[in-house]
Design a protein around this ligand. Structure first.
Ligand code: NAI
Length: 345
């Protein structure tokens, strides 16, 4: 019997995982709370914990889980910046879902861009009020514009394909450019300077933290549209606000926000928002915020549940070997080993 504590669960998580609960084989404990040092106690008699993007799996939490005999931390997402993988090495195994639907995120990114530049969010509200005026609704064509894509992994590449379909010129920056990909790679500075639209699709690391800061915005074109469906802390939100106030940034579409952990995924209507910066961003006519929703499609949820359960089963049934383990070795995190034949530790 494998007992799994699911933290930060919502109705849609329960619906997608329910089919995998089998009497005598698996037992699920769905918890609404986030995993923290305090709530780790709720996983006391469990073999695995399943966590999401805003569960803070720091060293103290990892130590507690180990003390309680938990063997594996299964991330039901791709990004793992919220897990201290280095501290976990040698103590507890960490697995993730490296890809579940790059289309979900890339398509949401394009949806945000189109909504923003064609003022669909404004039009929706106007026509509901029988206001059929077009004043202030002028947009611009995407055709012929230059989009700069930062990070050309799974999601970045799908987004590039979508942009090409719109007749846009695509330039890209990646710390590890893909050879023979036909992608026009430029330096990050050149991307900032040349792009009409900039879309972030790289992971959050020490290196990429606040990659869009005051200095970067200074280099950008006046009226640039900035899209972030990756991780909030890629952008220095204060610098972004300054750029918007100075009319340098034409629009921003944010599915993620640096301080989202205490806010996103919950209904806060009726509450006074304590985050002045987010409140100011949301109040801007040229900013669209969605609450980390880009992944949320039926296809993605179903793939997440399937891969997460395969990861956990593979670990318990396959002598601790799992292809999707995050393995910290020689100062680096080895993210994916196809046909891994040996244990990470
Ligand atoms: P991926 O691992 O396939 O691609 C990431 C790319 O970023 C790689 O090509 C890598 O070389 C590049 N990269 C690494 N360091 C870089 C740096 N310093 N500068 C520029 N590029 C760098 O990841 P995938 O699946 O495309 O996901 C991208 C990001 O999207 C994830 O890290 C995650 O944070 C975010 N995400 C957001 C979701 C949402 O719902 N909003 C859902 C899923 C992922």
């Amino acid at each position: 019997m494998i007992r799994i504590a699911f933290f930060e669960t919502k109705d849609y998580d329960k619906a997608s995982f329910a089919q995998y609960e089998k009497e005598g084989e698996t037992e699920f404990r769905f918890l609404e709370t986030k995993l923290t040092e305090v709530t780790a106690d709720l996983a006391k008699d469990c073999d695995a914990v399943c966590v999401f993007v805003n569960d803070n799996v720091n060293a103290a939490v990892i130590d507690k889980l180990c003390e309680y005999g938990v063997k594996i931390i299964a991330l039901r997402c791709a990004g793992f910046n919220n897990v201290d993988v280095r501290h976990a090495y040698g103590k507890i195994h960490v697995v993730r879902v490296p890809a579940y639907s790059p289309y979900a995120v890339a398509e949401h990114t394009m949806a945000l861009l189109l909504t923003s530049i064609r003022r669909i969010h404004k039009a929706y509200i106007r026509t509901r009020d029988f206001n059929f005026s077009l004043n202030g609704m002028t947009g611009f064509d995407l055709h012929g514009k230059t989009v700069g894509v930062v990070g050309t992994g799974r999601i970045g590449r799908v987004f590039i394909d979508i942009c090409r379909g719109f007749g846009m010129n695509v330039i890209a920056y990646d710390a590890y450019p893909a050879a023979d990909s036909g992608i026009d790679y430029v330096t990050l500075d050149e991307l900032f300077e040349r792009s009409d639209i900039i879309s972030l699709h790289c992971p959050l690391t020490d290196e990429t933290h606040h990659m869009v800061n005051a200095e970067a915005i200074e280099k950008m074109k006046k009226g640039v549209v900035i899209l972030n469906t990756s991780r909030g802390a890629l952008i220095d939100a204060d610098a972004l606000l300054d750029g918007i106030r100075a009319r340098k940034v034409g629009a921003a579409c944010l599915d993620v926000y640096e301080e989202e952990a205490e806010l996103f995924f919950e209904d806060r209507s009726g509450h006074i928002l304590n985050d002045e910066r987010l409140a100011r961003l949301i109040s801007m006519p040229n900013v669209i915020v969605t609450s980390h929703q880009a992944f949320l499609t039926n296809e993605a949820l179903s793939n997440i549940a399937e891969t997460t359960m395969n990861n956990i089963r593979s670990y318990f049934d396959n002598d601790g070997i799992c292809d999707n383990e995050l393995c910290y070795r020689d100062g680096k995190i080895d993210t994916l080993k196809k046909d891994r034949r040996e244990r990470c530790f």
